[in-house]
Ligand binder design. Sequence first.
Ligand code: SF4
Length: 213
Amino acid sequence: MNVAPKLGPDFALENADAKDLGELKAQAEHCTRCDLYKYATQLVFGEGPATAEIVLVGEQPGDKEDLAGKPFVGPAGLLLDRCLEEAGVDRSRCYVTNAVKHFKFEQRGKRRLHSKPNAGEIQRCAWWLGAELEILQPKLVVALGATALYSLLGPKVKLTPERGHVLRLANHPPVLVTIHPSYLLRIRHEDDALANRKKFVLDLEQAAAFQST
Ligand code: SF4
């Protein structure tokens, strides 16, 4: 199948050429579209059933994901799993991926600190995200945070005003806009953390309607 990524306007102008997700991942293993592959341990591609109705898109792999080679296996991923369950979304039937497929970090002694991908890196990697969505044809894409939203819909759509909305655009699967679960882990005040977690679960409850029973 010739997969022409439609998402990330102007980001991905060429065509990926893969018949399924396995072949696409194999191609991404050799990606040199930006410099991040040089420093990360390995590619962290999306995972989940090919029949997934919902695709969840995060920012980039973290330290644990980079070492494991799997998306959303760190603390934010575990929190996401619990919130999805509370929201009534069957996580096992979702496909999870990131806007950027290699870990970007700053080395501080022995520690590798998360570093935000820049616009160019997000744009380069939107090629792969677009191709994943083109193959999966999901009923809903959940943008977890600003980087995912930028990758999916470009710079004009902002997280704060669209938070909690399902955006329906022509030639595009609907996009539910919400925060990245790592945001919840950074809130120090317990009451704030609980209130924000509740709001996140409410956002995710909208996704449950896109899964067939
Ligand atoms: S981050 Fe994305 S675009 Fe950059 S090298 Fe990795 S797979 Fe390629």
